[in-house]
Write a protein that binds this ligand. Structure first.
Ligand SMILES: NC(=O)C1=CN([C@@H]2O[C@H](COP(=O)(O)OP(=O)(O)OC[C@H]3O[C@@H](n4cnc5c(N)ncnc54)[C@H](OP(=O)(O)O)[C@@H]3O)[C@@H](O)[C@H]2O)C=CC1
Ligand SMILES: CC(=O)N[C@@H](CCC(=O)OP(=O)(O)O)C(=O)O
Length: 695
């Protein structure tokens, strides 16, 4: 991006000239690093973006998720969308919720000019993709969501998929893209085969538990896993109110999973696997039964997983005993895992859950991570944003965002961790950690960049944020962010943070439709953040709301509340005082001290008169006040003295309540006189000389 283009972009984002100068200065440090110029004119969407993306199969479920994630991405612009039966239609007619994005129309793949495209996501049915990818220009970065390139062994592919491999030459350069396992290879790959959803949910836990054997896997998937095209077995009537196994003994994900596990274990691993279709839209659970190696117990499995994934944002080992649920990951990029001891000695039960359309379609996960930077930004590891696309693009992209956000504040990088461990512009930059504090402008930047597009298949998206000391589920409302809600995640990061020796555990969040807020103190909402939110809410309020006389309304509210309190005091004071006085008298009678009572009562009455007189002398305005505030204050004070009566020592119990009663009865009398005073005198101050008023 040229300096001028950068500046205009920055101004478009709302920075001042000073901000932009600072950002440009900081960018000089990265001059000469890979950067892609973009002069796309296809749509407004792409005109200012550095990486031009094509989504092949954009009218399908995974295609629509990719579009959603790219929606507000600052650097990735959508240049091409394809479909098969729906080619020629605008995207809004296929996915109305994406209609406001100004996306190109759906076209047939054969009509696409790929010279204006840097990278493609192939969200096409398996069996079609090899042929299509073979025909794409060689300079394109390709992320294939289908199963066409996942099996390294071509004969195995042909055996399990029942058709000849149509691009065996390409197969050699493919990297199997399970990010947590093959991050380094993925970085340099041109063609990445993304894992299937079942293999993802199985490999993430098992690839780290290499000594396990006798593996039996029972997996369940939501119906969106089967794609959007019509099939009899996917009709509502077939799927609802029931569950069925399919691919029994021979599901095509078996060889893929065995390949991944064998690679990780450096030995041949076999599995028993049965998938099930259950009546939910999205989500996937794998319940895995394993035999542990001799001498290995459940605690070792747990600790091993904990260590393996403590630095991963999106693979979360839950607190011991907490059962992962698909609800928790719906619409998110998380894989939640836990291990449990089986009743049979030596065996363990491993449970993992993912959203098949998000983590289950891992490329999307990667984009979520990129969006994760944008959305959560308080702390994340850049290495997870280094993905199937050109490493340079993404790194520069992230730096753009960071510099843009960090510099306008002019402040130092104080609190948040930015873990830049795979920064790749020279080895000296490796494993560098930047502490970045994003101050006030962060929120507005983030809300601009976070995707605001809902998923076609999710109406709400929960987000949860593993933080250093506390962890909480977040709701859509920015005003509820920061308030803790009890959840099974609450304890999780605490345990993993205690095991972390390198840095604080990453502070990240993952969700689609949120602007971000971040407090360095997990348990508090920062005041300036709250003020910022309130200001934004006010700014976005409609004019009638702004014109409403809020101050007057507040005054009325306070007045009404005071009137209410006065009414309560007025009507309840006499009966309450009478009842309590009787009770105190009866105590004195019981103690045979009744004869003493008149002395404190008379003394109290005298004190009341003195207090009232003193108050009026100090503030003559009290005479004409709307309520007898001095009398109310005396009454409250002596009620408080009277209340702990039973707890006083013996003589205190006998004398203090009656003294207080004396004050209170006399004060009550003054109050009655005050209310019965001539009203005219209040309205005509000169008519009555009230300097000597006795009220
Ligand atoms: N659904 C899931 O949970 C996951 C799916 N995957 C894999 O991702 C890929 C896409 O899945 P999903 O989005 O669910 O599938 P869908 O059936 O929902 O979408 C398929 C897309 O491909 C297009 N298409 C179909 N046939 C052809 C063809 N012959 N030539 C060109 N385009 C074609 C369709 O266009 P049109 O609508 O016009 O027919 C549609 O856009 C699949 O390979 C799937 O196995 C991977 C992980 C998870
Ligand atoms: C419910 C359902 O039908 N699921 C699909 C798997 C979806 C998936 O992720 O598989 P690929 O990416 O390998 O296509 C199936 O069992 O074939």
């Amino acid at each position: 991006m040229s300096a001028s283009a950068f500046s205009s972009n920055s101004f478009a984002r709302g920075f001042s000239r000073k901000d932009v100068e600072k950002i440009s200065k900081a960018r000089k440090a990265y001059e000469g690093k890979p950067f892609v110029k973009c002069s796309m004119k296809t749509t407004n969407q792409t005109s200012q973006k550095t990486v031009r993306v094509g989504v092949l199969g954009a009218s399908g479920y995974t295609g629509s998720e990719v579009l959603r994630l790219l929606a507000n991405h600052p650097q990735f612009g959508v240049a091409v969308l394809t479909a098969d039966r729906k080619a020629g239609q605008p995207i809004a007619s296929v996915f109305p919720h994406l209609g406001t994005q100004n996306l190109p129309d759906l076209v047939s793949i054969k009509d696409v000019d790929f010279s204006d495209v840097d990278a493609v996501f192939c969200c096409l049915p398996h069996g079609t993709t090899q042929e299509i990818i073979k025909g794409l220009p060689k300079n394109l970065k390709i992320v294939d969501l289908s199963a066409d390139f996942r099996l390294r062994d071509i004969s195995e592919y042909e055996e399990w998929y029942g058709q000849p491999h149509r691009a065996p030459d390409l197969q050699k350069e493919v990297v199997y893209g399970l990010t947590e396992i093959s991050r380094e290879e993925i970085k340099n790959a041109r063609l990445v085969a993304n894992p299937g959803c079942y293999p993802t949910s199985i490999q993430l836990p098992l690839a780290k538990l290499l000594d396990t054997r006798n593996i039996i896997i029972d997996s369940k998937s939501g119906v969106s896993g089967a794609g959007r095209s019509a099939k009899e077995s996917l009709l509502f009537t077939e799927v609802t109110e029931g569950i069925y196994s399919y691919g029994v003994t021979r599901h095509r994900h078996v060889p893929e999973t065995e390949q991944g596990l064998s690679d990780a274990a450096f030995t041949k691993i076999t599995i028993s696997f049965t998938p099930h279709l259950i009546p939910m839209t999205r989500g996937m659970q794998s319940t895995i039964y394993v035999e542990m190696a001799p001498g290995v117990g459940i605690e070792e499995l747990y600790q091993h997983l904990k260590l393996s994934y403590e630095d991963e944002e999106f693979v979360v080992l839950l607190e011991k005993g907490i059962v992962p649920r698909t609800h928790s990951v719906k619409g998110t990029n998380y894989c939640l895992i836990n291990v449990f001891p089986d009743r049979i000695p030596g065996r363990a039960i491993v449970i993992s859950v993912i959203d098949n359309l998000m983590k289950g379609a891992s490329v999307i996960s990667l984009y979520l991570k990129i969006n994760g930077v944008v959305e959560s930004i308080s702390s994340l590891k850049l290495q997870d944003a280094v993905t199937q696309l050109n490493q340079g693009y993404i790194l520069e992209t992230r730096l753009d965002i960071l510099l843009s956000i960090a510099n306008p504040t002019g402040k130092g990088f104080e609190n948040s961790k930015f873990h830049l461990s795979t920064f790749d512009h020279g080895s000296s930059e490796r494993n560098r950690h930047l502490d970045i504090h994003f101050a006030s402008r962060r929120a507005s930047m983030l809300s601009k960049m976070a995707t605001s597009y809902p998923s076609y298949l999710v109406s709400t998206s929960a987000r949860f944020q593993p933080l250093s000391s506390n962890n909480f589920v977040r709701t859509q409302s920015p005003f509820l962010q920061g308030f803790k809600i009890t959840s099974c995640f609450v304890q999780k990061r605490r345990c993993s943070s205690s095991a972390s020796k390198k840095t604080e555990p990453p502070k990240i969040s993952c969700a689609m439709d949120m602007s971000a807020q971040h407090s360095d103190d997990d348990s508090k909402i920062k005041l300036d953040h709250l003020i910022d939110k309130v200001q934004k809410l006010w700014d976005s309020s409609p004019q009638p709301v702004k014109n409403f006389p809020w101050n007057k309304a507040l005054e009325n509210f306070i007045q009404l509340t005071l009137n209410l309190i006065l009414a309560v005091v007025k009507y309840l004071s006499v009966p309450l005082l009478a009842v309590s006085s009787l009770s105190e008298l009866s105590y004195c009678a019981h103690e045979r001290r009744l004869f003493l009572v008149p002395f404190p009562v008379i003394f109290g009455a005298a004190v009341a008169a003195v207090l009232k007189g003193t108050a009026l002398e100090l503030s003559p305005r009290l005479k004409n006040a709307e309520a007898p505030w001095h009398l109310i204050a005396i009454a409250i004070f002596f009620t408080l003295i009277k209340l702990p009566g039973p707890y006083y020592p013996y003589w205190g119990r006998i004398l203090v309540p009656h003294f207080a009663n004396g004050v209170l009865w006399r004060t009550l009398w003054f109050a009655i006189l005050w209310y019965r005073r001539p009203q005219k005198a209040l309205k005509m101050p000169h008519a009555v000389d009230d300097r000597h008023s006795t009220y």
